[in-house]
Design a protein around this ligand. Structure first.
Ligand code: SF4
Length: 287
């Protein structure tokens, strides 16, 4: 197994607002992707009052080979009061930038799209000043519409890896082309909503393939792009092929900005939702 390089070693959580964020999340029985995905930035983000809230439960109907989320069939279970609890927690945490994400729910007729939309509307009602970013499953057509109509500020959908590795790394029900279609349809339905995507590096991709993915995203006018190092959650998950040095991440950032992304966050510890990225995006939205 590859040994983790120095640049991936991070501080343990415990400082700043960490205990308060934790107690609010527990009080409202909310899940975070920070914990589910064993995110290395949990201490830094929670310590500064940021958390990415995961809705639609904690069991995913898909099974991506890089992901630590539990998989199975929740048989249509849905907590009807979750949108309200999320909005109450956002208000209590005083967040000015909220990121909502979810598992994929193939067991629900609409994939949970209306639940997503309701959560956005509730946050707008209880915390009207908060900017809202949603990281959605591969909704298209009738499932995408309610989310777009609820009008979050940013809609993200991750392509996760380059085209060639999609089959090997993501659940078989995802496709590279469908993921691009999600992002393209958002802009067609409402060009005022910013779009965002992300990939993990270190899965065996080549530089040319990363650049091709960036070009594919720019072609459909994706605004924000993030790149981070893939870390294997357990030995059963997809292996790390390589630890990408920070200079290579910098190079992708430069290339991405030259291609016209409004913002690129690229670094070993960057994740698709990440407080530093959110800080910049917030400033871009607010002009
Ligand atoms: S769809 Fe894949 S990446 Fe997303 S939560 Fe499910 S298993 Fe994880």
């Amino acid at each position: 197994m590859l040994r983790k390089p120095e640049w991936l070693k991070v501080k343990l959580p415990g400082a700043g607002e960490f205990p308060e964020v934790k107690s609010i999340l527990r009080h409202y029985h909310l899940h975070t992707v920070c914990e589910e995905a064993h995110c290395p930035n949990l201490g830094e983000c929670w310590g500064s009052g940021t958390a990415t809230i995961m809705i639609l439960g904690e069991m995913c109907t898909r099974s991506c080979k890089f992901c630590a989320t539990k998989t199975g069939n929740p048989h249509g279970a849905l907590e009807k009061d979750e949108p309200l609890r999320v909005a109450q927690a956002v208000r209590e945490m005083g967040l000015d930038y909220v990121v909502l994400t979810s598992v994929t729910r193939d067991d629900l007729p609409d994939g949970g799209a209306h639940h997503f939309a309701e959560t956005i509307r509730m946050i707008k009602k209880l915390a009207p000043d908060a900017l809202i970013e949603v990281l959605i499953p591969d909704y298209t057509g009738e499932n995408l519409k309610p989310v777009v109509e609820a009008h979050p500020d940013v809609i993200g959908h991750n392509i996760e890896t380059v085209k060639r590795l999609t089959r090997a790394v993501r659940d078989w029900r995802f496709s590279y082309e469908k993921s691009l279609k999600v992002l393209e349809e958002v802009k067609e339905l409402d060009p005022t909503i910013y779009t965002k995507s992300s990939i993990m590096l270190g899965l065996g991709e080549t530089k040319e393939e990363v650049i091709e993915a960036m070009q594919d995203l720019r072609r459909i006018d994706v605004d924000f792009f993030t790149l981070g190092q893939y870390l294997r959650p357990t030995h059963k998950h997809y292996p790390v092929a390589r630890f990408i040095p920070p200079e290579e991440f910098k190079e992708y950032e430069r290339i991405g900005l030259e291609m016209g992304f409004k913002y690129v966050a690229s670094g070993p510890l960057v994740r698709s939702s990440y407080k530093a990225a959110e800080y910049f995006i917030k400033n871009i939205i607010k002009g």
